[in-house]
Structure formats: C-alpha cells, structure tokens
Design a protein around this ligand. Structure first.
Ligand code: FEO
Length: 404
C-alpha cells in the first residue's frame, strides 16, 4: 500500500515516548450527532524501546497524517505491539491499516477487547489478552494494564507506564477541541478548554459517572506524573485540576446556577423564560444560562446542566406534546441522569396544551424534584397574574439553589 509520506516534526512527552495523534478539524459531528465547533483530537502515543509500542491509534479519517507522524519518529522501523485501550472506531479505526502494514504486530487488549474489535475489522492474527493489573516489560519501560469497564464501554482500559508514571487513560480525562500546536495543559487557556472538556464529559462519560468515579479512585493509588488521554490535552502540570474536575462531575457536585431551556414557536414561551430568569436573578443567582433549544444543540445545554444545580424547562404546545428539540434535550437528561438538580417547569398552552403536561409526566417518571407547581400560560404572558406566577417560579427555583 502506498502512502504519501511527509516529513513531520515529532513531539516528545518524555525521552522516547512520542505524541503521534492528529487534530481533526473536518468532522462536523462527533459520533455523527455532537457538534465539533472547535474540532477534536485523536491522541496516539508511541514508545520506542527494545519493542516499539503504539498506544491507541486514530480515527480512519485521519490515517494519512497519522502514518506520516509514525514515519517521522520511526522511519522504516516496524511497530511491534499495538495496545488497544478501547475498541471504539474513533481510536481503533486504523487498526486494520496497521495490521496490514505491520503483519507481525501483536495487538494487546483485555478479555473484552477482541469481540468488538474483530466485529469491526475482521480477524486479528496476533492477539495478546492481558489481565487486569498485568505488567509487560518492553525494554527500559514497563506497561501495566488496568481495566476500566464502562469508561466508557465494557472493554475500556488504561495503560500505565511504570518508569515515567504516564497514565494513558483513553477516553477518561479527555475533551473536545483540537490541540492547536501545544499538546500539554500548561500550553493552553484552561478557562476555555474546561467548557469543551465538560461538554465531552457530560455527553460521553457522564452516563457512566459511577464507574468513572471508581476508576479514578483506583488509579489515584498510582504514582501518576502525567495523564495522556486519547482526546484533548496531555496533563503534566495541572493533574490535581483535571482530577478534581472529573471527580466533581462524577459526584454530580453542581455549582450555584440555573439553566433555563425553552422551546417556543411564536416567542411567547421565550418571553416566559425571560420572566423566570428575572425571578432566578432576583434570588441572587449570578449564573443564569438561558437557551432556546431550537438554536443551541442539546449537548451544550446538557453540559451546563451538568455544571449547575437548577434546571427550568419551558415548552409551548406542539401537537399535544412538547417542542421537538426539547424532546431531544429531555431524552438526553433521562439517558444521562445528572443528579442533585432542582427542576421547574413552565410553558404555553397554545390552543389545547400538551407541552407542560408532557414535561410534568416526564418529571414524574424520572423523579425530577420540582421546586413548585408548574406554570402554564394561555397565549402571551401579558396578564399580571401570569407574570407573577412565572416570576415566583424563578424566584422559588433560585432560592432553592441558593439554600442548597
Ligand atoms: Fe473516544 Fe469511546 O471513544
């Protein structure tokens, strides 16, 4: 097979351990549904020792640059071992290219790795199944494998290199956003990066918060000097920061703040959201995030819901049910189950209602704690009584968050 080999600069994590990942600026939708306004990186790592070991390859769409990066480090030297921490195609997508290019390559996974991997890419010739905690010397370096089931699929695992203290954590501690040149945490503005990292967490890992917390607690017994995930920044200076963030999110430790998400066909429910927000603000809540669900993708709203403790959902009536994009958001809420929230529900009834009652039914079924009765308004929220009820709903929600 011919590849267009370009000369690329290599990037070292430590002596003989290289970053060989790629920035993907072309894919619009991660997993074909999560917007990527700032792209995503597929991180891959190469350890050059008596054995050459590649830890997690990249999405097949980036195969050209990936092979160039490998060549920049290795020249004609072959890769001996490929560690597959996770079989999902954003990492494993280039496995078949690698097994073709390096026919003797040994592919390392755990007992759950090869069923999905071979289902995706066909038979693997040289499989090595490692046990949880097993070590593998490769020269001056030694790898140790830790299974991390459900972070975020059953076969997920992390690989720890004992001599350097680098944890190759795969999806855990990852984030959206390309790396833009600097791969390390100390080369970036973390205030910006935190939002894309939390959106990744909320929409990818949050569903499995409990097993994630267990894995964090278990791995924290290791002497970790660097965390090298398979998306986003490599953590070498702000390890405590990223561990704290992941622990907070996995413990559902929300900050003081309220997310108001509404669907509105003719602007009336949008006006209601504004009045609810006024009540929340007057309760002294400074972080008030108001989203039109038709204009902001649910992944961004879910990320803020994960961050804050208060949630107000507003819908007009749409064919006897709720606004369509609000159904997408509530579906994600039910799937991902962020905990420790206080909810409020409001909306318009148009001709015959259905938006508010559908939200109420969902709240009952999902056991969302409501701070008070829902508020449903006929038409525009122009009557003083309507405005008062909406304002009071916001005030009650704000006070509930303030006193939590
Ligand atoms: Fe980044 Fe679960 O794949």
């Amino acid at each position: 097979m011919d590849y267009n080999i370009l000369k690329m600069r290599s990037i070292e994590l430590t002596k003989n351990i290289f970053y060989v990942g790629v920035d993907d600026r072309c894919t619009d939708l991660f997993e074909n549904h999560l917007p990527l306004p700032a792209g995503v990186s597929y991180n891959s790592y190469l350890i050059v020792d008596e054995k050459v070991v590649l830890i997690d390859p990249v999405d097949i769409s980036c195969i050209g640059e990936f092979l160039d990066r490998l060549t920049a480090v290795l020249g004609d030297r072959a890769i001996d071992i490929l560690v597959v921490n996770h079989a999902e195609p954003d990492h494993s997508g280039s496995v078949a290219v690698l097994t073709q290019k390096y026919p003797d390559i040994q592919v390392v996974g755990n007992v759950k790795t090869f069923a999905p991997l071979e289902a995706f890419y066909g038979p693997i010739a040289h499989k090595v199944v490692v046990a949880d905690g097993e070590t593998m010397p490769i020269g001056a370096h030694t790898l140790q494998f830790f299974t991390a089931p459900m972070v975020h699929w059953p076969e997920s695992m992390a690989t720890y290199e004992l001599s350097t203290g680098i944890l190759f954590s795969n999806d855990a501690f990852g984030g959206f956003g390309v790396l833009n040149g600097g791969i390390f945490d100390d080369q970036h503005d973390l205030a910006w990066y935190e939002d894309e990292m939390r959106r990744y967490y909320a929409n990818i890992v949050g569903k499995v918060a409990a097993p994630t917390l267990k894995v964090i607690q278990r791995l924290s017994t290791l002497d970790i000097k660097m965390i090298a995930p398979s998306h986003g920044l490599v953590w070498r200076q702000r390890l405590d920061w990223v561990l704290d963030k992941y622990t907070q999110w996995s413990q559902h430790a929300g900050e003081e703040g309220v997310v108001i998400a509404y669907g509105s066909m003719h602007g009336n429910t949008a006006r209601m959201a504004g009045i609810v927000a006024q009540g929340v603000a007057d309760a002294g809540i400074r972080a008030v995030r108001v989203y039109d669900v038709a204009r902001t993708d649910a992944s961004f709203i879910l990320s803020d819901i994960w961050r804050y403790r208060g949630v107000a959902l507003g819908s007009n009536a749409h064919y006897g049910s709720m606004f369509p994009e609000l159904a997408t958001l509530t579906h994600e809420l039910i799937q991902f189950k962020p905990q420790g929230k206080q909810y409020a529900i409001f909306g318009g009834m148009s001709w015959s209602g259905g938006g508010v009652s559908t939200l109420r039914k969902l709240a009952d079924e999902a056991h969302w704690p409501l701070v008070s009765d829902s508020v449903e308004v006929k038409g525009a929220p122009g009557r003083p009584d309507d405005s008062d009820r909406l304002y009071q709903l916001g005030l009650t929600l704000g006070n509930a968050i303030k006193n939590q």
